[in-house]
Design a protein around this ligand. Structure first.
Ligand code: GAR
Length: 317
């Protein structure tokens, strides 16, 4: 399966970035670090990333409007094919446009047990409140600061005599455990075959009189009493590909699609020279609207006239 390409944004030391990077080098990790970007060219984490052979980008944010600066970062992330963003000590508020563009694909680590102690000085506040534990949280990034759904947390005991610094140092050890593991599991889950099948199924079964049936051990989708219009394919004959197979108008269209984007489309060898096309779902950047359009089009080719006529009428309104 193709690995997700994570862009890591830092502002300083970059020890969480390093933890993510070293985890990405372990056997089976579903992501790689495609870019480390900083809003401070002096951020020590940049030198570390560069020494490890990771592409870096740095630009001081001063003098730029927030949205303009975020636009530069976004362009860099796209230029390097990033599919996900991990904030790791990135001490800048993000513009709503940037958050929107990466919605559902951007995570952050925060040094508290959220929802407690959003913002800064988390350790000092936990000690002052007499809490028994501090800790850290990994969460999805939404427009509100430190507010998105929490994916995982790790509590860290507060010891008698702890200062903000001593507690921060122990929480950092926990962060280095929590972040790589959470990112690993989150990406593997979202890109895993079960999650991908769920997405395909939801779109396929929303089409008129669509039904699901196993075909040669593979989930297939057909029109009630009629032909198949899609198959979900995962590691079929050991090809290590997860994809959805749909009908095209024939071998010519099939060939031109592959010529247009050979990373996305392929000819499923086991279906013969029939004009079916495979659309890969395992690249970490699936455009689900595009998949939905293909399913609808393929359904049309498989559905009886009685149903397509009704659909034509409905589409006109
Ligand atoms: C980490 O403790 C991280 O949780 C925190 O900054 C530190 C960065 O260290 N992030 C925040 O406070 C974000 N609100 P690092 O640069 O060594 O990863």
């Amino acid at each position: 399966m193709a690995r997700a390409r994570v862009g890591v944004l830092i502002s300083g030391r970059g020890s969480n970035m390093a933890a993510l990077l070293y985890a990405s080098r372990l056997e089976g990790c579903p992501y790689e670090i495609a870019l480390v970007a900083a809003n401070d060219p002096q951020a020590p984490g940049l030198a570390l990333a560069a020494a490890e052979g990771v592409t870096t980008f740095a630009r001081c944010h001063k003098g730029l409007k927030r949205a303009d600066f975020d636009g530069l970062i976004d362009a860099e992330l796209r230029r390097h094919g990033c599919t996900h963003v991990a904030l790791a000590g990135y001490m800048r508020l993000l513009s709503p446009g940037f958050v929107d563009r990466w919605a559902g694909r951007m995570v952050n680590i925060h040094p508290s047990l959220l929802p407690a102690y959003k913002g800064l000085d988390t350790h000092a506040r936990a000690i002052a409140a007499g809490d028994g534990h501090g800790g850290c949280s990994v969460h999805l990034v939404t427009a509100e600061l430190d507010d998105g759904p929490v994916l995982a947390q790790c509590p860290v005991a507060i010891l008698p005599g702890d200062t903000a610094e001593t507690l921060a140092a122990r929480v950092l050890i926990a962060e280095h455990q929590l972040y790589p593991r959470t990112l690993w599991e989150w990406i593997a889950g979202a890109n895993g075959p079960e999650a991908l099948l769920t997405e395909v199924r939801a779109r396929a079964l929303a089409l008129p009189e669509a039904r699901e049936k196993l075909s040669h051990g593979t989930p297939g989708f057909h029109v009630e009493g009629g032909k198949f219009f899609a198959y979900f394919s995962h590691d079929r004959h050991g090809d290590a590909i997860t994809s959805v197979l749909v009908r095209t108008s024939g071998v010519e269209e099939q060939a031109s699609l592959i010529e247009r984007d050979a990373n996305l489309y392929y000819r499923p060898p086991y279906l013969g020279p029939s004009g079916w096309i495979g659309i890969r779902l395992d690249r970490g950047d699936t455009d689900w609207e595009h998949v939905g359009d293909w399913l609808a089009r393929s359904w049309r080719m498989a559905a009886p006239k009685r149903l397509t006529r009704l659909r034509d009428i409905a589409d006109r309104f």
